[in-house]
Structure formats: C-alpha cells, structure tokens
Design a protein around this ligand. Structure first.
Ligand SMILES: [Zn+2]
Ligand SMILES: [Zn+2]
Length: 140
C-alpha cells in the first residue's frame, strides 16, 4: 500500500491523512498506553508530523508530561500521540487506520511492562523500553 494513508475515529468526526510512508510500526506494552487505550497491548503507526493533515473539529488533546494524546471528543476513540522528545513524529493508533492490516508491527516496545498472561508468538525485536531511537542516535 502506498500513501496517502487515511484513518479516523469510530464516529467519523475526526479524520486524518498521511502523505508519506510510515517510518515506524510497533506494539507498545507500557502502562500509559494501556490506560489510554483500555487494551492489554497497543500498536502504533508513526509518520512525519509535517506529512499529516487532520480534518474535523472534534479532536481533543490530553497532556501527560512530554506526551500528548489525542482522541475524539464525540466518540472517545483514541487517535494518536505526540512526544516532545520526538517533535518531528506523530504516532497513530494502528486501529485508527482505515487499512490496519497494511501496517504490520516490526517490534515490541516496553516489554518490561507487558502483562504476564499476554503471549505473542512472533520473533520481532523486543525492547525493554522505547523502540524509538532518539535524535542523538540512542535508544534509552
Ligand atoms: Zn469520533
Ligand atoms: Zn506505550
């Protein structure tokens, strides 16, 4: 599948479109994503933020430290997060994409917080913390 990649919320009030290919597709097992999504594991599709356009007026933000998560104010669907430490990127919930099957995760992040009963039998790289390399080249 090639760009543009579109997505949106459950009710359709929030829509977005990315005009570039994703640079990152990852599972996240952290407790913060778990609270925000309600699901035992989340998955995200990362794009350059300057290649993303939103339409609709119902997008709401919730700031928690360096991370700001967005959701639809009408239906509550989680949409995306941005991180002050990764200012060029935006990460959409994989389930918010119109074609979620097109975005196969390539790694697991924060497996140190993975729920003990959750077993995912793939051979993907597993990171104890973040899977995203910082701009200075390190993976903390
Ligand atoms: Zn909605
Ligand atoms: Zn997370």
């Amino acid at each position: 599948m090639t760009a543009p990649h579109a997505g949106g919320c459950r009710c359709g009030a929030v829509r977005f479109e990315a005009s570039a290919e994703p640079h990152h597709v990852s599972y996240c097992h952290c407790g913060d994503c778990r609270r925000a999504s309600g699901a035992p594991v989340s998955a995200f599709v990362g794009f350059p933020v300057d290649k993303v356009m939103f339409t609709g007026k119902s997008l709401k933000m919730y700031e928690n430290g360096p991370v700001t998560r967005s959701f639809c104010a009408i239906c509550g669907s989680p949409i995306a997060y941005v991180d002050d430490r990764l200012e060029d990127d935006i990460y959409f919930m994989l389930g918010a994409m119109d074609m979620p099957a097109a975005f196969t995760p390539t790694q697991h992040a924060y497996v140190g917080e993975q729920l003990p009963f959750l077993h995912m039998s793939d051979d993907l790289p597993r990171h104890l913390k973040t899977s995203v390399t910082r701009p200075d080249g390190t993976v903390p």
